[in-house]
Ligand binder design. Structure first.
Ligand SMILES: Nc1ncnc2c1ncn2[C@@H]1O[C@H](COP(=O)(O)OP(=O)(O)OP(=O)(O)O)[C@@H](O)[C@H]1O
Ligand SMILES: [Mg+2]
Length: 367
């Protein structure tokens, strides 16, 4: 039985829907990341689960029981916001103690719980400090601690590290993940940052304009995006999306990108698989991740001629934009393999990692 179960949840503000028929299951102890661009309905979804926002239709179950009639304070769910909202006049210990005192826990329990959580979050040394004396990372640790100290059934986090600088975000990502492994509370984590989602999630739910697009493990959504939106939202540098047509010769399917006259040779059976699914050989979009673009310096059979356009040396590897006819294709190549813009190279796509989409619907053909 899922821990948190959203069934056909809908939310409108005036006549506009913000969440549309949302079905989402979060299993016991799972770390699920709700990912999507700004305004897609992430915060509204969290607030609905927490009881801070009423839904217009559908149901929300926790442990199999509808919680609609319960007030926020009776739902046993903790909420961590992007802004830490610590009580400025209380020191860290008292901030942590606040939710426990509110539920009338005795002093011994309070001390024990705070020591436990301070130990896990490594904030023992700052328990006497006021929020104004803390770094932003520590403030966030305290905010998370305050949510966990009640031992809630589930924890909801809304972009909890969004306002930290890039380096600290990276550290906090690892910390929060470790914390989840130690505490093992069912977690729903909201972010618009796909790197955060990929690195932390057991499962990612991708939402756009109030509509759930796909739910899967990071690997599933990366390797098998169901549509162009997911394909481009997940992964950095983003997937190349190219207009494409297909044809055949005796032994291959030929894949033509843009207005190219040269067809990249793919396996013969591809042609009929695509035709079966879209009934067209032209209304296609091809998706290829930069790491699946192969570049060679010498002309190899079946490779398309291209010219190096821009090189971004990132250290461990280079991102190289190459120009084939009217198309720019991003690729990842070994550091310093390509030397300079203007250089001629030959390119081919790794067929197993090439995605085909129906151009009109944007849906993956799952080939
Ligand atoms: N109280 C409200 N009244 C009217 N519209 C609202 C209200 N709250 C949110 N909205 C609208 O609902 C949509 C979804 O908002 P929500 O805050 O859930 O998005 P989000 O995915 O959390 O975005 P962000 O990444 O910017 O935080 C937005 O278009 C927003 O303008
Ligand atoms: Mg939000």
């Amino acid at each position: 039985m899922p821990d948190i179960n959203l069934i056909k949840v809908e939310k409108y503000f005036d006549k506009n829907y913000v969440i549309r028929k949302l079905d989402l299951q979060i299993e016991d102890r799972e770390f699920l990341v709700l990912l999507g661009p700004s305004g897609c309905g992430k915060t509204t979804t969290l607030r609905a689960i927490a009881g801070l926002e009423e839904i217009d239709s559908g149901d929300i179950l926790i442990d199999g029981t509808s919680i609609q009639h319960l007030r926020a304070s009776d739902r046993n769910i903790a909420f961590v916001f992007q802004l830490y909202a610590l009580y400025p006049h209380l020191n860290v210990f008292d901030n942590l103690a606040f939710p426990l005192k509110a539920t009338k826990k005795d002093k011994q329990t309070i001390d024990k719980r705070i020591n436990e959580i301070a130990n896990i979050l490594k904030i023992e040394s700052i328990l006497k400090k006021k929020p104004s004396e803390l770094s932003s990372g520590d403030m966030q640790r305290v905010a998370v601690g305050r949510a966990l100290v009640r031992r809630p059934k589930a924890i909801l986090m809304d972009e909890p590290i969004g306002s930290l600088d890039a380096k600290l975000r990276e550290e906090m990502r690892t910390e929060l993940k470790r914390l989840h492994i130690e505490i093992n509370a069912t977690t729903l984590y909201v972010t618009h940052d796909q790197v955060e989602a990929m690195s932390m999630a057991d499962k990612i739910a991708i939402m756009e304009a109030g509509i759930l697009q796909q739910v899967g493990t990071p690997t599933e959504v990366y390797d098998h995006p169901v549509n162009l939106f997911v394909a481009q939202f997940i992964g950095s540098p983003i997937m190349n999306i190219l207009d494409c047509k297909i044809g055949t010769d005796e032994s291959h399917t030929l894949v033509f990108i843009g207005r190219e006259e040269f067809g990249l040779p793919f396996s013969k059976s591809l042609f009929s698989s695509i035709q079966e699914k879209v009934g067209s050989t032209e209304k296609l979009t091809l998706g290829i991740r930069p790491e699946a673009v192969r570049i060679e310096k010498e002309n190899k059979e079946g490779y398309l001629k291209a010219v190096v356009h821009v090189i971004e040396p990132l250290g461990p590897y280079d991102i190289v934009d190459i120009k084939a006819g009217d198309q720019i294709i991003r690729s990842i190549s070994a550091a310093r393999f390509v030397e300079k813009p203007g250089e001629t190279v030959w390119v081919q796509f790794d067929e197993r990692r090439t995605h085909f989409f129906d151009k009109s619907s944007g849906k993956s053909l799952n080939i």
